[in-house]
Design a protein around this ligand. Sequence first.
Ligand SMILES: C[S@@+](CC[C@H](N)C(=O)[O-])C[C@H]1O[C@@H](n2cnc3c(N)ncnc32)[C@H](O)[C@@H]1O
Length: 255
Amino acid sequence: MKWLRKIRPYLPQEIPGPMAVLYEKVATGALCGFYRQVASEVTSSLTRGRVLDVGTGPGHLLIEIARLNRDLELVGVDLSWKMLQIAESLIRQETNTHAHGKGTGICLVRGEVHNLLFPDGAFDLVVSTLSFHHWHNPMRGIQECLRVTAPGGQCWIYDLRTDVPARTHAESVTAKGLGRWALGWIFKYHGVDPKDYRARSVAQCLDAGTTVEVEVHPTYLKLKMEKPLSKVRGKTARCKNELVGSMAPSEETIS
Ligand SMILES: C[S@@+](CC[C@H](N)C(=O)[O-])C[C@H]1O[C@@H](n2cnc3c(N)ncnc32)[C@H](O)[C@@H]1O
């Protein structure tokens, strides 16, 4: 969607206070299946180490990861104070109910994806869900995520697809009636177009040796990057072809 791309630099990146509350109440409940799916991908790929969630929002993904594996060190970063406040209270609630008072191992930090306040290679896995379309400079954001990824580590960016009908989004959420229909339309306009993120074009912006794969799922896109174990000479990253996810994508996106 060309017009969405054009106005992106003029839109605020962070979700403002009242919208943050609304987002947590409405959207995240409908997305619980998605967070569980991403959390299980994270814990299947990593059993120990440090995970960074960029644009963590209310922290649902980190909470789901903590439920699956208490040995991971989890850090959430977000630009919005209000989102961090909401995340803090949900994590406290999680500690008191499901974790029986034991800490979840989640730490929250305020920060900006284009200038992360972490040293090089600080995380074994950097993940981000539904935040990418807010970033003013998406490629700079990915480069920064990879800077803080450890050699041999991975960076996974998930975002919703704007090129699928609102109905497809509506069918994928856990909501009913009008709410389901409204979320379908909201999700359709809060994401990215896979045509703008082909593996080859993303690879051109990254360091040599980095591997780039793009998984196109029916309602979301996963950009999957792996950092080489040591510095590689050369000009650009390696790209694997676009992968079709476990579910079939719509025809227009694989043409
Ligand atoms: C739609 S919410 C998604 C939150 C959460 N990841 C989820 O999946 O529910 C997008 C989040 O990204 C944050 N965000 C947007 N731009 C950012 C940036 N440049 N740096 C850090 N966080 C950012 C927003 O404040 C917001 O909390």
